[in-house]
Design a protein around this ligand. Structure first.
Ligand code: BG6
Length: 479
């Protein structure tokens, strides 16, 4: 068994977690730039109050804000791309920082220096024959849009986002053939400040506000697809969601029903991308919960006419759910907290490791949507120790090996999957906890949670292993 011809294997990261250079090239401050590292935070810090943000905007002491410094990819990109190339990457999924192109978000004209930066970056990738897969909105938007408009809760965001989309697609369409509109679009429901720039302490009805913002993102997603399809026929567009895989804790019918009810949001966020309409169950739920979404008359028509070319998702872990939660032992996962699964091991951050769940998810998604699938994120965030200048991360090799084997098995089951980009291929700032200690990379970056360190890049043992996997197009995965 091996990957199909042209399989897009490589790595992934987001601008706000790697770039740094937050005051350079005319960049504006983003929502991600507001978070400080707080060692007392366990699962993740996803929310801030308006007065905390006001203070953060005034604060020029950038070292306190890990996503303002990233891993300084802004200055190290050539060196880092050379390392990805050494591993043989076919693809790199990255995001464009909206704030480099439109620092405040509602300006009429883009920032030329920001545009040039990504031209240089894509040029460098092309020299190494690495295909960029670009996410347009990855947990980062101009903080100005969040403070002035409550982010995506305001319909005006659709226009500002589209201005950004048209600008970058017009600029980079020769270099970038795959575009992803929103990273983990479900984040708007689960972590609304990170996903949509909503300040929970500033809105009167958070539930309604979240779904309203999500609706605006869906319309923006379809209008972006329309523009790209009509203007550049050779480009492919997807949106992206978290595959929050859950299992009912038992075969007791009540547990299965609880599972069905709890997964409705997760199902809905991909259904809308693919079918262009909301599932009847969600509409009924909104009615019962008195959630009234303002939709313009043409919205549903637009959503149905312009749907994604492929389904992309992140997959890290799975959870369990039961009807009676009183006795349930809980654990963290990507964006969600859920119940523990006694059959699975977990990372130090409580994410339950479940490679079989990836095969299951690929089959489930392909069955439901009949569209090509792309594993946009998957990875192990854990603690790495430097021993005599080396990192022997055999645990990471095991994790990736098992998950890639699951991809191969799913392909063998008949699933069409055209790519896999390992998350955090180089150590970067964690999205949830803004720390460095939770490392994903095949490449170690010498920097601690407070920004101390030389930022030297060191190849881990997994670096050489991943290189071999790519060289053999996956054949080396078979024991
Ligand atoms: C996904 C995000 O939710 O999970 C990434 O798209 C993020 O931005 C990744 O980094 C892993 O989460 P964390 O919090 O461990 O960085």
């Amino acid at each position: 068994m091996k990957f199909p011809e042209g399989f897009l294997i490589g790595g992934a990261f987001a601008a706000n977690q790697v770039e740094g250079g937050c005051r350079e090239g005319g960049k504006g401050l983003s929502t991600a730039d507001m978070f400080q590292f707080d060692p007392t935070v366990k699962g993740g810090q996803f929310e801030l109050k308006a007065d905390e943000i006001q203070r953060a905007i005034q604060d020029r002491y950038d070292e306190r804000y890990p996503k303002r410094r990233g891993i300084d990819f802004y200055h190290h990109y050539k060196e880092d791309i050379a390392l990805f190339s050494e591993m043989g990457f076919k693809a790199l999924r990255l995001s464009i920082a909206w704030t480099r192109i439109f620092p405040k978000g509602d300006e009429e004209y883009p920032n030329a220096e920001g545009i040039q930066f990504y031209h240089d970056l894509f040029h460098e990738l092309s020299l190494h024959h690495i295909q960029p897969i670009v996410t347009l909105s990855h947990f980062e938007m101009p903080i100005h849009l969040s403070m002035k408009y409550q982010g995506w809760a305001d319909r005006k965001l659709i226009d500002y986002f589209l201005r950004f989309v048209h600008t970058v697609v017009d600029q980079y369409h020769d270099s970038v053939k795959y575009w992803i509109t929103f990273n983990e679009i479900d984040a708007t429901i689960h972590i609304p400040f990170v996903g949509a720039g909503i300040l929970p302490d500033q809105v009167s009805n958070l539930e309604t506000c979240k779904y309203q913002a999500l609706h605006h993102q869906f319309v923006a997603n379809s209008l972006a697809i329309q523009y790209i399809h009509e203007t550049y026929q050779d480009l492919k567009v997807g949106c992206m969601a978290t595959k929050n895989l859950k299992y009912p804790s038992t075969c007791k019918p009540e547990d299965c029903l609880a599972f069905l009810h709890e997964t409705i949001d997760d199902e809905m966020v991909i259904d809308v991308q693919v079918f262009g309409k909301y599932p009847f169950r969600i509409k009924k739920l909104w009615e019962k919960q008195k959630i009234k979404i303002n939709m313009e008359s043409q919205d549903e028509k637009i959503m149905q006419a312009h749907t994604v070319d492929f389904v992309s998702f992140s997959y890290y872990a799975s959870l369990v759910t039961s009807y009676d939660k009183s006795k349930a032992e809980t654990t963290n996962s990507n964006l969600l907290v859920g119940e523990k699964n006694p059959y699975l091991k977990q990372t130090p951050w409580g994410w339950q490791i479940d490679p079989t769940g990836l095969r299951y998810s690929l089959n489930e998604l392909y069955d439901r949507y009949h569209l090509p699938l792309f594993v946009a994120e998957n990875g192990l965030g854990t603690i790495d120790e430097l021993e005599n200048g080396c990192i022997h991360d055999t645990y990471r090799i095991d994790y990736v090996k098992q998950h890639l084997q699951a991809v191969l098995q799913a392909i063998d089951d008949g699933v069409e999957c055209f790519g896999y980009t390992y998350w955090g291929c180089i150590d970067c700032i964690a999205a949830s906890t803004s720390q460095m200690k939770k490392r994903y990379g095949f490449i170690y970056v010498d920097q601690d949670d407070y920004g101390n360190g030389t930022k030297q890049r060191i190849r881990k043992e997994s670096f050489y292993w991943y290189k071999k996997i790519i060289e053999t197009n996956g054949e080396a995965l078979v024991d």
